[in-house]
Design a binder for this molecule. Structure first.
Ligand code: ADP
Ligand code: MG
Length: 242
């Protein structure tokens, strides 16, 4: 045991979407164990099931069959309030479209989850500023999303995801709406969180720039795990050869 445990474990996860007579088998039996502290990327072509898998891992949607364990707790056994607690405290979510509240300032967006979690005013004011500083946006704390660039909005979303010190950051196409250079900045920021804070990062993406920062890459094809690539092993092998 190297001190890590499975933060998320999926067992035979199947997801079928039914729309009238149509049936889409988006996930066809996924088995996956995600280790604490790793940077895991889920890659695959459009429509391969990345977002569906993302929603299973983050307990945002229920599998048609199979089990999802977060910290070895079967999430299907949780009631609505326990699930809300999990989503607010244990996991920080980042989406392609940022999903910030448009009428609220950067500071308000970041502190809202802290207020939900019952943090005192002094605490959330200090922590909000600290997180905006971390993502390089301290001077813009009073700006609302429409007054910020895409990259800046995604930085706010990352700060918000960190509000309650989650063990897991889940990011679905975090660079999908950003230009290349800005996307790279966001990837660098996620990597820093992983390296410096030990946060488990799970990112569904088709941005190949994510490959270089990932410890493992799960390649999804047609709702199935095609292969799992261990980038750490790759780095070690390359290092030994050179
Ligand atoms: P990706 O994120 O890799 O592009 P998705 O997980 O979004 O893929 O989609 C996988 C498959 O499931 C696609 O065929 C998509 O059309 C279908 N799908 C996803 N979400 C829904 C939904 N809510 N209702 C019906 N079909 C869906
Ligand atoms: Mg997607």
């Amino acid at each position: 045991d190297n001190g890590t445990h499975n933060v998320v474990r999926l067992v035979d996860v199947v997801k079928v979407f039914r729309m009238g007579q149509q049936e889409v088998r988006a996930l066809k039996g996924i088995n996956l164990a995600i280790r604490s502290g790793e940077y895991l990327s889920i890659m695959g072509p459009s429509g391969s099931g990345k977002s569906t898998l993302f929603n299973m891992i983050g307990a945002l949607d229920k599998p048609t069959s199979g089990r999802v364990f977060i910290d070895e707790v079967d999430v299907s056994q949780l009631d609505a309030y326990e699930l809300a607690w999990l989503r607010c405290r244990k996991i920080g979510y980042i989406f392609q479209t940022f999903n910030l509240i448009q009428v609220m300032t950067a500071m308000e967006n970041v502190t809202l989850p802290m207020i939900f979690a019952g943090m005192s005013r002094d605490e959330y004011v200090e922590k909000g500023m600290e997180l905006l500083q971390l993502v390089g946006l301290a001077e813009r704390y009073q700006h609302k999303p429409p007054e910020l660039s895409g990259g800046q909005q995604q930085r706010v979303a990352i700060a918000r995801a960190l509000a309650n010190d989650p063990a897991i950051i889940l990011a679905d196409e975090p660079t999908g709406n950003l230009d290349l250079a800005t996307g790279e900045e966001i990837i660098g920021l996620l990597k820093r969180l992983s390296a410096e804070r030990g946060v488990t990062i799970i990112s569904a993406t088709h941005d190949i720039k994510m490959l270089n920062v990932s410890d493992r890459v799960v390649w999804i094809r047609d709702g199935m795990v095609d292969r799992i690539e261990d980038r750490e092993e790759l780095k070690i092998t390359v290092g030994e050869v050179g």
